[in-house]
Structure formats: structure tokens, C-alpha cells
Ligand binder design. Structure first.
Ligand SMILES: NC(=O)c1ccc[n+]([C@@H]2O[C@H](COP(=O)([O-])OP(=O)(O)OC[C@H]3O[C@@H](n4cnc5c(N)ncnc54)[C@H](O)[C@@H]3O)[C@@H](O)[C@H]2O)c1
Length: 307
């Protein structure tokens, strides 16, 4: 594996062969429901061993009983100890003792106290920032543990014997669109792209890759029925959870895909329901390319492991 290089958007309109995933092990946070469940089902179909870390034990146990080669581990991603246990149990459950893929999918959206206006003449109340706790803090715990195991498995000397690993972060339309009245959620989803940008040029040291999947509206439990009914009423087409599952397999099966953001799109925008947005580089912008080069050269040397 070589260092990060922008090679243009990944062609998502092609057939691909996920057979190289067979026998690998993946962790999916928030995999008990919704789009996370679709990632789990796609991975299981590709004969990947999957560990789900989720709060929803009832649904997790149902999936564990239904699907072959999966383990449910009750886990609140905002709790460091829970995630340490998730990764430890996943390593024990893995037939190879290794974790190849991590999908940091667990996420929430709430009515945003940062946006809502306190009634006139009242003092503003301290906003509830639990969306940040789950979507950023919880995900950063997942990132930290992923890197720990990837480095432990592969070392930090790039070589042909390192086994491919991939971290997949879950963004949203809110990671690149103007989404109204949800500054906190938008901040958390832009953050997924920030994490990816921060890691994609060093991940090759441990044979790793990092990518983002950003879903458009998909009917799940994340919003209320009323919210989803409104999407339908205004004539907006949904994306499909199964297409997100295929997008994940497309990313994992091609070891050259690193540092990209994929959009799980309504089928009217993408024939297979997913596309590479090619948002994360500035080809042709000579100023930004030069600034980026200077940024890489001048990155603080005291910041750790990779030089
Ligand atoms: N559905 C959409 O329209 C949509 C659009 C864009 C992005 N997304 C993103 O996709 C991801 C999955 O969303 P979804 O629509 O499937 O939601 P969902 O609510 O259907 O499922 C989320 C899962 O995460 C779990 N979870 C929540 N908080 C957790 C925590 N603290 N620890 C462990 N597990 C936790 C829930 O129990 C649930 O199983 C989220 O990151 C979300 O932001 C969804």
C-alpha cells in the first residue's frame, strides 16, 4: 500500500467482486438497526464475521440468532470501557484473531438546543450536547481503538505482507449540504470528513485505509414517522439502506480506495444508489494544492507516532 494520492472519483457504476472479504472480521457500531443493520447483512452475505456493538440488546440478540457468523455485544459507544470490551470480544470472536474492518456507524440526531431560541426575556439555558457525545466523542473512541488494533496487527513499517484494514466513518448529507436547524448534527457529520482527512495520509503506515459513507434520507428509526412523512409529502426521493450495504462492500473489496467520501443517493441521482462525491480534493486549484503540500511538510513533529 502506498501513501495517499488523489486519483479522481471511484467509479461506482461497475460490478465488483467482494470475494476477498471472505474470512475477514468486521465491527459495526449501531449495527442492530437501520442502515447499520444493512451493513451487517451485506458483510454477512460476503462471508465476513461481524461483531455488532449497539445499545439495543433486544434487536441485537435477534440478529445474532438469525444470521450466521455474527456476535452481538451490548455497548454504549459514549463509554470508553464499553468500547474497549467491544473490541476485545471482537478479537476473541474473530476466527483470525484480527479485525480487518470497522464501521463507525452509531449515531443520533436530536432537536438541537443550540439552534432553539429561548423565550424573550429569559436567560438562555445550557444546551444539551449529547449529539456531540455520541456522534463525535463516541466515534473518536471507535477510531482510537481501530487504530490501536490495526497498528498492533500490522506494525508501522509499510510492507507487502501487511493485511488490508479499513475504517469507515459515517457522515450524512449534513456532512456537505446546508441542513437547516441542526448545527450540532451538521458539526458532527462534517467532523467525520475531518477525521478522515486527518488520517488518510498516515494510514498506509499500518496498511490501513479510511473512507466516509454519507447517506441521504433513508427510512430508519433515526427520525420520527412525521419527519419521514414530510420528506415523502414534499416529493423527495429516499435512498435505500441496501445500497449503503453495497457501497460498503465496494469500498472494502477494492484496497486502492482510501480517503474518499461516498454518497448513498436516491436512485434518480445514482444508478446503483451510491456515488463517489469527489469532494475531498481540489484538483486544478494550484493554490490549495500548494497550501496542502506546505501543511503536510510542516505538520507538528511532536504529535506522535508517525513522522
Ligand atoms: N437514516 C438516515 O436518513 C441517515 C441519513 C444520514 C446519515 N445517517 C447516519 O447513519 C447512521 C445510522 O443511522 P440510522 O438511520 O440507521 O439510525 P437508527 O436510529 O435506525 O440506528 C442507529 C443505531 O445506533 C444505535 N445507537 C445509538 N446510540 C448509540 C450508542 N450511544 N451506542 C451504541 N449504539 C447506539 C441504536 O441503538 C441503533 O441501533 C448514523 O450515524 C446516522 O447519523 C442516517
Amino acid at each position: 500500500m502506498e501513501g495517499y494520492k488523489h486519483r479522481g472519483p471511484v467509479n461506482c457504476d461497475v460490478d465488483f467482486d467482494p470475494s476477498n472479504l471472505k474470512g475477514k472480521t468486521a465491527i459495526v457500531t449501531g449495527g442492530a438497526n437501520g442502515i447499520g443493520e444493512a451493513y451487517v447483512r451485506a458483510l454477512v452475505a460476503a462471508e465476513v464475521t461481524v461483531c455488532i456493538g449497539d445499545l439495543d440488546a433486544a434487536k441485537g440478540k435477534i440478529l445474532e440468532a438469525e444470521l450466521p457468523g455474527i456476535k452481538f455485544i451490548e455497548c454504549d459507544i459514549t463509554k470508553w470501557d464499553d468500547q474497549v470490551r467491544l473490541f476485545r470480544e471482537a478479537v476473541s470472536f474473530s476466527p483470525t484473531g484480527k479485525i480487518a474492518y470497522v464501521v463507525a456507524n452509531a449515531g443520533i440526531i436530536r432537536q438541537d438546543d443550540v439552534f432553539s431560541y429561548s423565550v424573550k426575556n429569559q436567560e438562555p439555558s445550557k444546551p444539551d450536547l449529547s449529539t456531540i457525545d455520541v456522534n463525535i466523542k463516541g466515534t473518536l473512541y471507535t477510531v482510537k481503538l481501530s487504530l490501536h488494533y490495526f497498528v498492533k496487527q500490522n506494525g508501522q513499517e509499510p510492507s507487502s505482507i501487511q493485511e488490508d484494514t479499513c475504517l469507515v466513518l459515517i457522515g450524512s448529507g449534513a456532512a456537505f449540504l446546508d441542513c437547516l436547524r441542526i448545527p450540532q448534527y451538521s458539526a458532527t457529520k462534517w467532523a467525520m470528513r475531518g477525521i478522515m482527512h486527518s488520517l488518510r495520509r498516515t494510514s498506509f503506515y499500518y496498511g490501513g485505509r479510511v473512507n466516509v459513507i454519507s447517506p441521504w434520507y433513508v427510512k430508519t428509526n433515526i427520525l420520527s414517522e412525521e419527519d419521514f412523512a414530510h420528506v415523502t409529502d414534499v416529493g423527495v426521493q429516499f435512498a435505500e439502506a441496501e445500497d449503503a450495504g453495497q457501497c460498503l462492500l465496494r469500498i472494502l473489496s477494492d484496497t486502492s480506495i482510501n480517503g474518499h467520501s461516498f454518497f448513498i443517493a436516491a436512485r434518480k441521482w445514482a444508478s446503483r444508489g451510491y456515488m463517489d462525491l469527489d469532494l475531498d480534493d481540489y484538483p486544478g486549484n494550484t493554490l490549495l494544492l500548494e497550501v496542502q503540500e506546505d501543511q503536510v511538510k510542516s505538520a507538528p513533529v511532536s504529535m506522535g507516532l508517525f513522522v
